[in-house]
Design a protein around this ligand. Structure first.
Ligand SMILES: Nc1nc2c(c(CN[C@H]3C=C[C@H](O)[C@@H]3O)cn2[C@@H]2O[C@H](COP(=O)(O)O)[C@@H](O)[C@H]2O)c(=O)[nH]1
Length: 328
């Protein structure tokens, strides 16, 4: 893949940050221990790592009857347009965004037409997500949804499904199209004078299409395995608990104290880049040690597992790092 490939850009730039990071380290010993215990070949055999959790999502088994695939693609793009920074509201979680929007779409699919999205107000977004009080960054979230509606109308006949079809079943191409057309998805920063790419919401949009369409139709991508994990704020906590990531003393203190870090600060970039790199190193260790190569998951499948582990423990785990961001 040429460096013009957005996924190659994510892998190479995060690997570079991990190699020079000084607030965060990746423990090779921790990875070896993990891949001979919780994620050993035997353990993985018993896990259903390929399973995408569709509970809160608008998928065809939806009791309210089948939704048109185009509506489901539109729904997923709206979910991932606002899939970031829930922590300022103690009760707001991802499942509220996905589940409540699903309810709104089941009541009235036209609520996510590009015309509706293009003129969505903060109060309109609150109603769409059925949230009883102002959402964190509510004005900005509504702006990001309007950006999607306007650009879908301008370039894709109002349909996210047309954006997906324009990628011709390439995950990398769809990520490239999403970041080209929607500035809100351009999740990159500058570290030590060089640009670092994470593209978390663009990648998770593709991963969610793949999961919700079970790899068929609008979820069919020949290069889905090239997606990286999604650099959020939940998986780093799981990797810390598993002994894979280690934070320096100063960063540990700041995170434990729930200090809000500046977007783009070295600590934030190192946490996110080392999280991406650590997942790739876990997969490399699996490929190195597993006899049955078919048991080695894709980056996004390992991501789903680690994220769900983190969600299960979110009320007992140490605090995650806090950044007031629009990217994750
Ligand atoms: N790395 C990764 N981060 C993910 C997801 C998801 C949802 N996907 C699941 C849905 C169906 C499938 O089963 C997928 O597993 C949300 N997030 C991020 O977590 C963060 C915390 O959120 P909370 O704890 O609620 O506050 C927030 O940045 C949010 O953007 C994922 O899969 N991977």
């Amino acid at each position: 893949m040429a460096l013009s490939c957005p996924l190659q850009c994510v892998r190479r730039t995060t690997e570079h940050v991990a190699s020079v990071a000084n607030h965060v380290t990746i423990s090779k010993k921790g990875i070896e221990a993990l891949v001979s215990s919780r994620l050993s070949e035997e353990s993985v055999r018993g896990l259903d790592l390929r399973k995408w959790d569709e509970t809160d999502h608008l998928v065809e088994t939806d009791q309210q009857g089948h939704h048109h695939p185009d509506v489901r693609a539109q729904y997923m793009l709206v979910v991932d347009a606002v899939n970031f920074c829930f922590w300022p509201d103690d009760e707001l979680e991802y499942e509220h965004i996905a589940g409540n929007l699903k309810a709104s779409v089941s009541e009235n699919p036209s609520c996510i037409s590009s015309e509706s999205l293009a003129t969505l107000t903060p109060l309109g977004l609150r109603a769409l997500l059925k949230w009883p009080r102002p959402l964190p960054q509510e004005e900005e979230r509504a702006r990001l949804v309007r950006e999607v509606g306007i650009e879908l109308g301008r370039s894709f006949g109002g349909q996210a499904a047309n954006l997906v079809r324009a990628a011709n079943q390439s995950a990398a191409e769809l990520v490239r199209l999403v970041v080209a057309h929607f500035p809100g998805f351009r999740d990159s920063c500058v570290y030590g004078g060089s640009q670092v790419f994470l593209y978390k919401r663009a990648q998770i949009f593709v991963g969610d299409l793949y999961g919700s369409f079970r790899g068929e139709g609008l979820g069919k991508f020949r290069d889905i395995a090239n997606l990286t994990m999604f650099a959020d704020y939940r998986v780093p906590v799981t990797l810390l608990e598993l002994g894979v990531l280690e934070y320096g003393k100063e960063l540990s203190g700041a995170v434990a104290a729930k200090e809000v870090l500046e977007p783009g600060c070295p600590q934030e970039v190192e946490i996110r880049a080392c999280t991406v790199r650590a997942v790739e190193m876990i997969l490399e260790e699996m490929r190195r040690t597993f006899k049955d190569a078919s048991l080695v998951p894709m980056s996004i499948e390992l991501d789903w597992f680690l994220w769900k582990e983190g969600e299960k423990r979110r009320d007992v785990s140490d605090p995650h790092h806090r950044v007031l961001t629009i990217f994750y």
